[in-house]
Design a protein around this ligand. Structure first.
Ligand SMILES: Cc1cc2nc3c(=O)[nH]c(=O)nc-3n(C[C@H](O)[C@H](O)[C@H](O)COP(=O)(O)OP(=O)(O)OC[C@H]3O[C@@H](n4cnc5c(N)ncnc54)[C@H](O)[C@@H]3O)c2cc1C
Length: 300
C-alpha cells in the first residue's frame, strides 16, 4: 500500500512529487506525457526566470529535482481509479494495479485546437496563442485576432484590448457567429468583428498569419488567440465520485481535497486560474495536506 499515487506529471504533479519525496513518503507518480506546459514556447511571466523559460525546460528541471530526491516517475496512462479513504484506493494502468492510501489528481486540461496544419509549429512561433494572461504583454500595439464564440470569445478580446487597440473577433462556425447584442458590446469595447467564419489560417514567413474567411476575404494578424476553450481531463475524478463544476473542473477545499475524502487535486483541472504558478502552489498545499493526513492530522 503506497502512501499516495500522483496522477499527472505536469507542473502540479511534479511539484507534489518534490514535496512528497522530501516528506519521505512512499508514492508513485504516473504521467501520460501530454503536459500543457510542453506547448509553452517561452514563458515570461513565470517568476524566477528573468529571461523566460520554455515549458519543456521547466518540466525537465522539475523532473530532475523530483528524481534527485528519489521520486519514482513512471510513464503510463491511468485507466481506472476506485476505492475510498477507509479501504484504500486502486489505480489501474497497463494491466497493473497500484494500491494507495491517498490520491492526487493533477491531470490538467487540453486546449480545443483551431483547425490548422502544423499547429505545434504555429504555437512555437507565437502565431497561435492560448493564454492572454501569459503573453498578452508580448503583443502590445500589434494586430491581433481572437477566434472564439459568445461571451467567452468576447471576454478574451476585451482582455487583450488593454494591450492593443487592434483586436478583431473571429468565429469558426456560421451558426456561432456573433448576434446583435454581442456585436454592440464588441463595438462599445472597440473590438472589430469579422463577420464571415474562418475558412483557413496560414502561417506566413514574416511571423504573421493570414486568415481567409468563407467570403474569400484575407485578413492579416501578428498573432491569433484561440479562445475555443478546453477539454477537462476529469474522467478519473468522475469515476471516484469527486464533485465537478458544470464545465468539468474539480471542486476542492482550501487544502485541495476533493469531495471524495483522501482524493486531492491540483493544477488546471481544479477550478481557478490556469497558470504554472497556481498549479505549483496548489500542489504544494495538496502534498502537505496529504502528508499531514497520513500523520493523522485532520485535514479539511
Ligand atoms: C501555449 C501555452 C502557453 C502557456 N504559457 C504559460 C505561461 O507563460 N505561464 C503560465 O503560467 N502558464 C502558461 N500556460 C498554462 C500552463 O501550461 C498550465 O497552467 C500548466 O501546464 C498546468 O499544469 P498541470 O500540471 O495542472 O497540467 P499539465 O501541465 O497539463 O499536466 C497534466 C499531466 O497529466 C497527465 N495525465 C492526464 N491524464 C492522465 C492519466 N489518466 N494518467 C496519467 N497521466 C495523465 C498528462 O499527460 C499531463 O502530462 C500556457 C499554456 C499553453 C497551452
Amino acid at each position: 500500500m503506497l502512501d499516495c499515487v500522483i496522477i499527472g506529471g505536469g507542473p502540479a504533479g511534479l511539484t507534489a512529487a518534490i514535496y512528497l519525496a522530501r516528506f519521505r513518503r512512499d508514492f508513485a507518480l504516473i504521467d501520460g506525457g501530454a503536459s500543457r506546459a510542453a506547448w509553452v514556447p517561452v514563458s515570461h511571466n513565470h517568476a524566477g526566470f528573468p529571461d523566460g523559460i520554455s515549458g519543456t525546460a521547466l518540466l525537465e528541471r522539475m523532473a530532475t529535482q523530483a528524481i534527485h530526491y528519489g521520486a519514482p516517475i513512471r510513464r503510463g496512462e491511468v485507466e481506472r481509479l476506485a476505492g475510498d479513504r477507509q479501504a484504500g484506493f486502486t489505480v489501474t494502468l497497463d494491466g497493473i494495479v497500484l494500491h494507495a492510501r491517498t490520491i492526487l489528481l493533477a491531470t490538467g486540461v487540453v486546449d480545443i485546437p483551431p483547425a490548422l496544419p502544423d499547429l505545434r509549429g504555429a504555437v512555437a512561433d507565437g502565431l497561435i496563442r492560448y493564454c492572454p494572461v501569459c503573453d498578452g504583454f508580448e503583443i502590445i500595439d500589434r494586430t491581433v485576432g481572437v477566434i472564439g464564440h459568445g461571451a467567452g470569445g468576447l471576454g478574451e478580446a476585451k482582455f487583450l484590448r488593454s494591450y492593443t487597440d487592434r483586436v478583431s473577433l473571429l468565429s469558426t462556425d456560421v451558426t456561432l457567429a456573433p448576434d446583435d447584442a454581442l456585436r454592440r458590446q464588441a463595438a462599445d469595447a472597440g473590438i472589430a468583428i469579422v463577420g464571415s467564419p474562418v475558412a483557413a489560417i496560414v502561417a506566413e514567413a514574416d511571423r504573421a498569419c493570414s486568415i481567409t474567411t468563407q467570403d474569400g476575404e484575407v485578413h492579416r494578424f501578428d498573432a491569433i488567440y484561440s479562445a475555443l476553450g478546453t477539454r477537462k481531463r476529469s474522467a478519473l475524478a468522475r469515476m471516484i465520485g469527486a464533485a465537478l463544476t458544470d464545465d468539468g473542473c474539480i471542486v476542492t477545499s482550501s487544502h485541495q481535497q476533493t469531495s471524495t475524502g483522501g482524493v486531492f487535486a491540483a493544477g488546471d483541472i481544479v477550478r481557478g486560474l490556469n497558470q504554472i504558478s497556481v498549479a505549483m502552489g496548489e500542489a504544494a498545499i495538496a502534498a502537505t495536506a496529504i502528508h499531514n493526513m497520513l500523520r493523522g492530522v485532520a485535514v479539511e
